[in-house]
Design a binder for this molecule. Structure first.
Ligand code: GTP
Ligand code: MG
Ligand code: ZN
Length: 402
């Protein structure tokens, strides 16, 4: 991919993307179709637009993007996306031959690095740049594309592409941006489930972190799966089972695994099949090892990706999406732990602890925080052994950090 003619190809792909006649025609067609079911137009804020633009619909989007009222950009992009999707469907790329540059294709972003991303299109992948007008500013996120995003891509026919549009996300796993902590950075888009990986030992099981991930999954509408790895290091598997009993009682699927011995790997493979799974867990718990054990050969593909980008280390440093089984994808994330809990209010925390919340109605004070208040039914339940002490401890610790 990193051949010498890169620059030339790149310039060419940018130039081609400006040759927009066919695209414009397709967009006009969709606009006409949309006119049938159009809502009455709200009064237009003329003062937001240059005075000489009677109908901004007739112009290129980019020309007036800066002065468009809120929502207008979104509407235009939707029309454009519809137009391009239609074009892509009308000319399915069954032969795998290069498409004419004006035809948008739907793909999935599998890797992102400094302004470029790798997009999976059917059975192959394409290195793409981002259309300059794509902006994250109105989304509340600091990145325009994330691994897992469905995108529309223009191909130049010589191995490069441009991401023209990012399609709406059905889920987004995000964390506070490193530099602008009031904003969120999307780590993984469109995942179905979150595989929370912990190790029994090395590093030791950390219930508070497990609970943080469970909260993140719930807030991001992902189905959580708990996986406790390195079970081969446990003297007594019964102790692991006892530690995880509160989670099983809450209905969370719990897997005990060993990437080393293969214990539980079959069950893990079954749970990953046909779904988009994001992995979360501390560095060193064995996320990459588990994936390699569940799908031998997956590591090979990871290796191939790292090679072309000049990385060659064992520890996962970048988010990457890998095909898993027939229709599944797994997203191996570097050891990150801060996603999900920003902007969570203290009094909301209890709702993520249904086992504790069940006793809260019997507390003396309606606004009981279940920490220092007298006659707290939750504390009483912990003392009586009706609720796991570990869960209560982690509730208190997380409460302090909010
Ligand atoms: N004993 C034992 N060791 C394991 C097991 N799984 C992984 N390891 C070891 O744990 C270390 C870390 O494994 P990785 O798979 O790189 O961990 P990771 O979660 O991907 O780490 P990051 O990429 O840094 O987030 C390696 O030395 C593995 O060989 C296991 O089930 N049992
Ligand atoms: Mg790893
Ligand atoms: Zn209480």
């Amino acid at each position: 991919m990193a051949d010498k003619s890169h620059d030339k190809h790149w310039q060419r792909s940018i130039k081609m993307s400006f040759e927009k006649e066919p695209e414009r025609r397709q967009i006009q067609k969709v606009k006409k179709q949309l006119k049938h079911n159009r809502q009455p137009k709200p009064t237009r804020r003329k003062d937001w637009q240059p005075a000489d633009l009677a109908d901004p619909d007739e112009l290129d989007f980019e020309q007036i993007e800066r002065v468009m009222p809120r929502g207008e950009r979104e509407r235009r992009r939707t029309i454009k996306v519809m137009a391009l999707t239609e074009a892509a469907e009308a000319e399915p790329n069954g032969t795998g031959s290069p498409l004419p540059p004006e035809t948008g294709q739907r793909g999935v972003v599998i890797k992102v690095s400094s302004g470029l991303c790798r997009v999976a299109l059917g059975g192959r992948t394409l290195m793409c740049g981002l259309r300059g007008s794509l902006s994250a500013e109105e989304t509340g996120f600091t990145n325009v594309v994330a691994v897992g995003d469905n995108v529309l891509v223009f191909e130049d026919g010589v191995g490069w592409g441009i991401v023209e549009a990012v399609l709406p996300r059905r889920s987004a796993l995000a964390r506070p941006d490193v530099f602008r902590s009031h904003l969120q950075q999307v780590i993984v888009a469109n995942a179905d489930q979150l595989l929370i990986v912990a190790a029994w030992r090395n590093p030791p099981l950390w219930p508070e972190l497990l609970d943080r991930y469970l909260i993140a999954a719930a807030r991001n509408k992902l189905k959580p799966l708990i996986c406790v790895n390195k079970i081969d290091l446990a003297e007594d598997v019964a102790a692991c089972e006892a530690a995880l009993q509160p989670y099983q009682a809450l209905g969370y699927p719990v897997l005990l695994t060993s990437a080393l011995t293969g214990y539980g790997i079959e069950a893990l493979r079954d749970s990953l099949q046909g779904r988009v799974t994001a992995l979360a867990g501390l560095s060193g718990v064995g996320k990459s090892s588990l994936l390699a054990a569940a799908q031998p050969g997956l590591q090979l593909r990871t290796g191939a990706v790292s090679e072309s980008s000049g990385e060659g280390r064992h520890t996962t440093t970048q988010v990457a999406m890998l095909p898993f089984g027939e229709r599944g994808f797994v997203v191996d994330t570097p050891g990150i732990r801060e996603f999900g809990l920003s902007s969570l209010a203290k009094n909301e925390l209890i709702h993520f602890y249904p086992d504790l919340a069940a006793f809260a109605p019997a507390c003396r004070f309606a606004d009981c925080t279940h920490r220092h208040e007298p006659n707290c039914a939750v504390k009483a339940a912990v003392v009586a052994g009706s609720v796991s002490t570990t869960r209560y401890d982690s509730y208190q610790k997380i409460y302090e950090t909010l």
